[in-house]
Design a binder for this molecule. Structure first.
Ligand code: M6R
Length: 359
């Protein structure tokens, strides 16, 4: 069943390149995005978007918020479902309510969806399981087509959720006319390259396996990134936490100097997401500050970074989303290799269930 892989998580990491192609199938047509699941009238009068989800799906949602605002210029907010439910949210009927869930059964996300529906909002689910409770309730659904995900630590569900959101951002941009032909063509070209960025390079995997032995102790990890690499940093930290049981935080790199940098010493591991195509000089100076305070730095980038104690080189891509996807694989592999060295059950980490159907 594991097809020669040590864990389902490993198999699912390796499957990402193929399932992302499934996610795009029939939805990229002549350099345009089409969703047969939604008609443009459904989106008429929509002035804003609210995304709601839990855990990894929330991190996908945050990534989607950056993409939709960048590409379609529609204001987006993204909230954790268990917070949203109890805060007496202000809901306007011209807001599209999007829920994201791998299982389609997460109790808090389902309840948030019910609230939005009863407030009269149009609702859209991004989900991996057809006929799940969330799919049955939402007005419209876009399936992620990742296939069954067995590992408790979500991997391929995450990358396909982000793909749907990226396509949705482009779809909205067609309606709002916010991208010129040239920019649209570049986006589509990058989108179609995603399976390459997600393909696991055996040498890269081996490099991560070898360096993982340096990261088995210490007093904590900071995963840092900027812009859309901030939610990816959150996801990297969650992945590590849930299967290695080591303390990890995801942080916006520019916020480190507002407090957390006080923790910096050689036992503080900084995993720095340093994309060439997005705010490289800004993140570089944030990492330099941490290095000057003696934090141990593991840099993930296509650009040589001389201050890194460890350096994971990714391919040179010309779009930040391709860097995002290859880095997502690096973070998944890093968490998995650390957890394996620590002797943990990667597929069934302690205290966790695949689907959280209680609030
Ligand atoms: O099925 P859902 O996407 O609604 O699940 C949400 C979270 O419970 C889930 O993403 C969880 O955080 C994963 N274990 C993360 O790997």
């Amino acid at each position: 069943q594991k097809g020669g892989y040590r864990f389902f998580m490993e198999k699912e990491i390796y499957e990402q390149s193929d399932v992302i192609t499934e996610t795009m199938m029939g939805r990229v047509v002549n350099s345009h995005i089409e969703f047969e699941e939604i008609e443009s009238e459904f989106l008429q009068e929509i002035k804003a978007i609210k995304i709601c989800a839990c855990g990894t799906s929330y991190h996908a949602g945050l990534s989607g918020a950056y993409l939709i605002e960048k590409l379609a210029r529609i204001p987006v907010s993204c909230e954790i479902a268990s917070e949203f439910r109890y805060k007496d949210p202000v809901l306007h009927k011209d807001t599209l309510f999007i829920v994201i869930s791998q299982s389609g059964e997460t109790a808090d996300t389902l309840e948030a969806l019910k609230m939005a529906k009863s407030a009269g909002l149009k609702t859209l689910a991004i989900c991996n399981v057809d006929n799940s409770s969330i799919v049955r309730l939402a007005d419209r659904t876009i399936l992620t087509r990742a296939g069954i995900e067995k590992g408790v630590a979500s991997t391929k569900a995450f990358t396909t959720q982000v793909m749907v959101l990226w396509m949705l951002a482009l779809y909205f941009s067609q309606l709002t006319n916010t991208l010129d032909e040239n920019s649209r063509a570049k986006e589509i070209e990058a989108l179609l390259h995603t399976p390459h960025a997600l393909k696991v390079d055996e040498n890269l995997h081996e490099r991560i396996r070898r360096l993982s032995k340096r990261y088995l102790h210490g007093h904590g990890f900071f995963f840092i990134g900027r812009d859309i690499f901030f939610p990816l940093a959150l996801e990297g930290a969650l992945k590590l936490k849930e299967i290695s049981y080591l303390h990890a935080e995801g942080y916006p790199a520019g916020e480190m100097k507002h407090g957390p940098i006080a923790l910096a010493d050689p036992e503080l591991f900084t995993i720095a997401l340093m994309p060439k195509n997005l705010l490289y000089d800004k993140i570089k100076s944030n990492v330099e500050e941490l290095s000057a305070r003696d934090s141990t730095i593991c840099a993930i980038s296509s650009q040589e970074f001389e201050l890194a104690d460890d350096f994971v080189r990714i391919h040179t891509w010309d779009h930040y989303m391709l860097e995002y996807y290859e880095m997502a694989v690096v973070l998944q592999l890093l968490a998995m290799e650390i957890a394996i060295r620590l002797g943990n059950d990667v597929d069934m980490p302690r205290n966790l269930a695949k689907s959280v159907t209680v609030e």
